[in-house]
Each structure stands twice: as C-alpha cells, then as structure tokens.
Design a protein around this ligand. Structure first.
Ligand code: PAF
Length: 284
C-alpha cells in the first residue's frame, strides 16, 4: 500500500495510472475505521483497478467543537486495516493541504433544502461542510467511482445531488450498512458507547424494522410516535424518527403515493449521538 500526504504527489501517481487506462475507486473517510468502511474498500478493490482511501477529520462539518475534539483518531491502526483489505493508496492529507490559506474552496450550489431537514436541522452547517470536503477530495483524487455507505442516507443523497448539479464525471456507489450482531449500525462513534448503551442502542434498528412492517396498515403518525416512545423507553433520547420519500427526503403522509420510502432515526445513547435508517420500500 502506498501512502500520500501531499495531493500533488498523489495526483502525479494517479495521472500515471489514468494514462494506462486504469479505473480509480475512491472511499472518503474520517478514519476510526470499522467493518462498514472496509466493506466499501472491498467493493472498490473488487470493482476498480486502483483503490484510494482518504483519512481526514474534516473540521468544517462539525457543528459541535467537542464532537470534533472527541472524534476517535488512530492512523496506525487504520493504516494496518486498509493494507490488509488490499487497498492500493492511502491519502491522509494535512489540514493545510486540504484548505490552503487563501484558497476559495466553497461549493456554491443550491442543496434545495436537503441540508436543512433531519440531520441538517439538528446539525446546522454540517452538510455544507460535507459538500465542501467531498468536492475538494473529488477534485484531488478525480476517481471514476465514489463509494459511500448507506448509513449516512442524507449524506449520500446530498452528494448525489451535488454530482448531478455540477455534472461531475464520477459514479456514486452506495453500499448497504454493516451491522453489529445485535443490529446496531456500525459507526466510528460506537467506540465511545459503554457496554450497556451498546446493547440498549439496538432498539433503533429494532424500531425501524417494526415500523417497516406497519406502513401498509397503520397511520404514519401512530407508527412514528410509537417508535419514539419505544426508543425512549429503552433508555435513549430520540431526536427524530421520520418516514420520508427516499429521493426528496420530505416527510410523507400517504405511502401509496411514494415508490421509494425510508425510515430515518437519530437518538442519543448517553453522550453519543447515533443515526440509522432502513429502506421501507424501493431501493437506492
Ligand atoms: O462520512 C464521513 O465519514 C464523512 O462525512 C466524509 C464523507 C468522509 C466527509 O468528511
């Protein structure tokens, strides 16, 4: 596995591969890797000639400074996992490499409200930061295929919108969520859960599954209030439980009018904020 910090040296290397007709797959991450990330790496290694993974904890997407400070970082461990997964190139740029002084790296596109609902309502500015960093990384790596996880449903929906709006020459592939044995969605934040909360947090996926089975027969208002109650009865503090159209992310009122329906939830397990989702109808 090759390791790059500077984007110019990475670009020179990737240009050589491109000249030789090699396809490039790209997995952007913030490190603290788990099996969910490795599933994206495996897909890229399988489907592309050269696979690049970036590790960069992006400050512009943290609306809460303490979350940024607490974010787990372990480059040696991550690097060993990526090497074992067969990755070709690890790109771990410094902050100045990504955001050089004076460089205007704003991405001025209309996110059409996708960024202000659900996660965006609780984390103001978060998705503007995500769009900014993903665009910057795409400019640096120029991959043929971008791999993202389904766990961050709103994130990949917004990135898909950005790719379409800016006509970026990259294909987005979304990989289903990897789960712990009890169903908890894998997340770098799970490292901070106590054993007790790790068990309690299973309720999020259980509730999504139960709700999915009810959407054909019960009122959505009742399904959502039952879900919120179940999550809080289990000892978590729910922030939202919504049933939305998978394309627009707008809350739905009549399931018969939608082909693509997703349940999305966010809840606090102690001081750890968890999110999850389940496709109720249709597919990515
Ligand atoms: O999902 C993440 O880990 C981050 O939001 C991403 C896409 C790497 C951008 O920093």
């Amino acid at each position: 596995m090759q390791y790059f910090v500077k984007h110019t040296t990475l670009k020179n290397k990737l240009d050589l591969y491109r000249k030789n007709g090699k396809t490039i797959g790209f997995i952007p991450t913030m490190g603290a890797l788990h099996d969910g990330h490795l599933k994206l790496v495996h897909a890229s290694v399988y489907e592309c000639d050269i696979s690049v993974c970036s590790i960069f904890v992006n400050p512009t997407q943290f609306n809460d400074v303490s979350d940024l400070v607490k974010y787990p970082r372990n480059l040696p461990k991550d690097s060993a996992l990526l090497k074992a997964a067969g990755l070709d190139i690890l790109f771990a740029p410094t902050i100045l490499e990504v955001y050089p002084n004076g460089m205007d790296i704003r991405v001025d596109i209309d996110l059409e409200g996708l960024d202000t609902i659900l996660e965006g309502a609780f984390r103001p500015g978060h998705f503007k930061g995500v769009v900014q960093i993903v665009k910057r990384l795409l400019d640096m790596v120029q991959p043929d295929v971008l791999y993202m996880g389904q766990k961050d449903f709103q994130q990949f929906t917004i990135i898909r919108h950005m790719i379409k709006t800016l006509h970026l020459p990259v294909k987005l592939v979304v990989i289903p969520t990897e789960r712990e044995p009890g169903g908890l969605a894998m997340s770098s934040r799970n490292e901070r859960l106590s054993a007790e909360y790790r068990k309690k947090a299973r309720v999020i996926f259980e509730t999504l599954n139960t709700s999915k089975t009810r959407i054909e027969k019960d009122s959505l208002v009742t399904i959502k209030s039952d879900a919120l109650k179940k999550i809080s009865d289990a000892g978590l503090i729910p922030e939202y439980f919504e049933i939305v159209d998978g394309n627009t992310l707008q809350v739905i009122h009549d399931p018969s009018q939608h082909e693509y329906i997703v349940g999305l939830a966010a809840a606090w397990a102690g001081d750890v904020r968890l999110i999850d989702n389940l496709i109720f109808r249709g597919k990515n």
